[in-house]
Design a protein around this ligand. Structure first.
Ligand SMILES: Cc1ncc(COP(=O)(O)O)c(C=O)c1O
Length: 382
């Protein structure tokens, strides 16, 4: 099946008991058994739920994987992956990554003996320098959040294979419509399905996708043993959102391209971070590993102050000031005080995450209205 067919049909059958075309929300915690151990494959809803299974099968197909394991949030999905490791193991992660991922590695897992290194993953030599016998996992985000750097997935996976290290790619920003890391050599893909997969800013959910059965078995074990499972209604919402993933992301990419060009022309703007620009350092890699350049655009101001950023953040009407991304509606955010507040300022500045950096999640509205909205807010800066 091609992608536009998979989003609608992969893993999804009319409900066997009624013929319902839409996957029903199996809102049950348990299932009747005919005799002890004699049942229809479902015993208890933490372990198995038909709505969740449909979503997991669909996600596995979208990422060209074999197994998907759903979790209550993207952070719970990450936690399950890190639980594959043992005390003393080391993770090498992008130094420009979602603040919550940084927080989980440093404030949660380091307490249990894990060591995390943060490095510019576009610099393979710098990554290799950190590899030692304890290195077990590379944690990659691409495009990165919020600087929109592009990491060469194939190259990082090649390095990982050389050192027998697992690679996990957070594919939240691209979505499987734009990029399928398992095809490029990654072992694990993780998603905050809260974003493009759900697509309507109405659900929090996470997922992990893998090809190998052993990894899947270990992750299903953690899913059940730790229990950070999503509810069936949330699974339904993500399944429904996915049906238009290709249409939404295509439109968001088109809008983002126009907005990035518009921002570049504004005298108040210092730099626009958008991998679709030919002079973006990751442009060629993005072109090779992505179908398009995504719906995210970040920009900084010439007068680099929080006060100036606030003028823009508080004066857009269509771009809503809010955390998150990937919904049909456009959002505007301030990484330094919002999504990335848990990263120390010194670390933030190293990657260019300055006080005036603004991140846009471009939605699917009419782009002329979006440009007008941004233009009016930018004019508030003298
Ligand atoms: C790239 C990325 N990964 C993971 C997460 C965490 O996902 P969730 O909020 O669903 O726990 C986020 C949330 O913003 C994110 O942007």
């Amino acid at each position: 099946m091609k992608f536009g067919t998979k989003v609608i049909h992969a893993g999804i059958e009319p409900d066997p008991s009624t013929g319902a075309v839409m996957t029903p929300i199996y809102q049950t915690s348990t299932y009747a058994q005919e005799a002890p151990g004699k049942h229809k494959g479902y015993e208890y809803a933490r372990t198995q739920n038909p709505t969740r299974h449909a979503l997991e099968k669909n996600l596995a197909a979208l990422e060209n994987g074999k197994f998907a394991i759903a979790f209550g949030s993207g952070m719970a999905a990450m936690d399950a992956i890190i639980r594959l490791l043992n005390p003393g193991d080391e993770v090498i992660a992008s130094n420009d990554l979602y603040g919550g991922a940084y927080r989980q590695l440093t404030k949660v897992h380091e307490r249990y003996g894990l060591k995390a290194h943060f490095v510019d993953m576009t610099d393979l030599k710098a990554v290799e320098k950190l590899v030692n016998k304890n290195t077990k996992l590379f944690w990659v985000e691409t495009p990165t959040n919020p600087m929109l750097n592009i990491v060469d997935i194939k190259a990082v996976c090649g390095l990982a294979q050389k050192h027998k290290v697992l690679t996990c790619v957070d594919n939240t920003f691209a979505s499987p419509y734009l990029q399928t890391p398992l095809d490029l050599g990654a072992d694990i893909v993780v998603h905050s399905a809260t974003k493009y997969l759900g697509g309507h800013s109405d659900v929090v959910l996470g997922a992990v996708v893998v090809k190998r059965k052993k990894l899947a078995d270990d992750l299903f074990f953690i899913q059940n043993a730790v229990g950070a499972v999503p509810g069936p209604h949330d699974c339904f919402l993500v399944l429904r959102g996915i049906k238009t993933l290709h249409l939404r992301v295509k439109r968001a990419c088109k809008n983002a391209r126009k907005i990035a060009k518009f921002l570049k022309q504004q005298p108040q703007v210092k730099k626009v971070y958008y991998p679709g620009f030919k002079d973006h350092p990751g442009h060629e890699v993005a072109k090779a590993q992505m179908l398009d350049f995504g719906g995210m655009v970040s920009f900084s101001l010439k007068k680099d102050t929080l006060a100036n950023a606030t003028k823009i953040l508080s004066n857009t009407k269509l771009f809503t000031l809010a955390e998150s991304l990937g919904g049909v509606e456009s959002l505007i955010g301030h990484p330094a005080t919002m999504t990335h507040a848990s990263i120390p300022q010194k670390e933030r500045l190293k990657v260019g995450l300055t006080d005036s950096l603004i991140r846009l999640s471009v939605g699917v509205e009419d782009v002329q209205d979006l440009i007008e909205d941004l233009g009016k807010a930018i004019k508030k800066i003298k």
